[in-house]
Design a protein around this ligand. Structure first.
Ligand SMILES: [Zn+2]
Length: 434
């Protein structure tokens, strides 16, 4: 009867011998060959661990050791990184379905990475299949066994022909195509749940996070790549990092889009051409004040931007600088903009002008309704005294209101109430953006 203790002692003895080899005397061919063999042995050890982990999990081992799941146990007890733990746990859990895959590994046709990818593909397909437990046909058809039976030959054949990276894509494709109907439902679910979060940390790092449906992802992927700067001589190492170039690609694509927005029918609220608005005090842009000592500015969305960055953006782009003078009473003292546009129209026009709007965006931090944090960028300019009651289109008689508060005012709703986060149907107020 084989004993794991003595087997592990043998492995350790072998490792000691390997460590004692004088590798300085090797040529590259020998080194490469040995590395491949050592990694092959690593894969064999992984598979042996996976076999035991499957049994460990079936017996409730992770829970007995106070871990909520096998990946959690692997992370805590064996210090595996999250993706390593997930990969090994998935291989362990699905190993019993993958007889042919194990045989292919044992005969040396594929490596442990391929085994893990095939296990992951089968696992994903199984997940996708029972995504909708309410479906009438849940019990019929696609059991994990049937999935493995169908997917395994396809993936094993592909493993012989493509790179490990391509094999992952084949596995993803198989997971999505085994059962077209279910997969289509899953795709629609992904589409409904897709989102983009945009935020800023305390020290000014902009943070993007999103889940994207495959069709939208295809467009993003292309734009990021098409606009990314090419690596090359004269660029520093950090500039050539793929992640950095991808980000610059996305930003460049956005810059181009903003430049031609008008031609495609996109305008600011109020009708002006789309521009990035930066709001700052005179000291922020005063060349007499060192940038490092100047106060930061903000965007019309309230994101903070340093004086150095504001100065650089003014230099780099075709900037239009508008100065607004605010009196001691907090009221805007100007009667005209810097380039001569009137700021008070009285009864001669009904809608507030883009020039007036710029002033409100600068002097208000957000929607004027109490307690509302919608940024001024999303606001309509509202007559405090209604136009129909004789109100004037003057700076003094205007205020930015988000679409929701503006509609509420028109409907005679109280300007601010505790119910403002949900209406009677319990729905979220709609983003004025949509
Ligand atoms: Zn509001």
């Amino acid at each position: 009867m084989a004993s794991a203790t003595s087997a592990l002692e043998l492995i350790r003895a072998g490792l000691t011998e390997l460590a004692a080899c004088d590798i300085d005397a090797y040529g590259t061919a020998g080194l490469g060959d040995e590395c491949a063999q050592i990694l092959r042995a690593t894969g064999e050890l992984h598979l042996e661990a996976a076999r035991r982990l499957a049994r460990f999990e079936a017996l409730g081992g992770p829970a007995a050791d106070d871990a909520p799941s096998l990946p959690a146990w692997l992370a805590h007890r064996c210090r595996l990184r999250p993706w390593e733990a997930k990969q090994l746990a998935t291989s362990a859990t699905r190993l019993h379905l993958l007889g042919d895959t194990r045989a292919a590994f044992e005969s040396g046709e594929i490596e442990f990475g391929d085994v893990a990818t095939i296990a992951e593909g089968v696992d994903k397909a199984a997940d996708t299949m029972d995504f909708d437990p309410m479906a009438p046909d849940t019990t019929s058809g696609w059991s994990p066994e049937r999935i493995a039976e169908t997917a395994q030959p396809i993936l094993l054949e592909a493993a012989g022909e493509v790179t490990p990276g391509q094999l992952r894509k084949v596995a993803a494709r198989v997971a999505l195509t085994l059962d077209g109907d279910r997969a289509e439902r899953r795709r629609r679910q992904i589409e409904r749940q897709s989102f983009l979060d945009i935020g800023q940390t305390m020290d000014g790092v902009g943070v993007l996070r999103g889940d994207v449906g495959a069709a939208d992802f295809a467009i993003l992927e292309k734009a990021v790549d098409a606009f990314a700067p090419r690596p090359g001589p004269g660029r520093s190492q950090w500039e050539d990092r793929p992640g950095h170039r991808r980000l610059k690609g996305l930003v460049a694509a956005c810059e181009v889009a903003l430049k031609v927005a008008g031609r495609h029918g996109y305008h600011e609220r109020g009708g002006a051409p789309v521009r990035v608005h930066l709001i700052a005090t005179p000291a922020t842009v005063d060349p007499g004040v060192p940038a490092t000592q100047a106060p930061p500015g903000r965007t019309e969305y309230g994101s903070v931007i340093s004086a150095t960055q504001i100065r650089e953006m003014i230099r780099r782009h075709q900037a239009l600088v508008n100065t607004i003078h605010v009196g001691a009473d907090g009221r805007v003292a100007d009667r005209f903009t810097t380039n001569g546009q009137p700021l008070n129209w009285g009864r001669t026009r009904r809608l507030f002008t883009p020039a007036q709007r710029d002033v409100y965006v600068a002097v208000y931090a957000g929607c004027a309704a109490e307690g509302c944090d919608r940024p001024p960028a999303w606001a309509d300019i509202d007559h405090r005294t209604a136009w129909t009651d004789g109100g004037r289109t003057d700076l003094d008689n205007g205020q930015p209101l988000c679409r929701w508060h503006n509609l509420g005012k028109e409907k005679g709703r109280r300007p601010y109430s505790r119910r403002r986060r949900t209406d009677k149907q319990g729905r979220q107020p709609e983003d004025p953006d949509h």
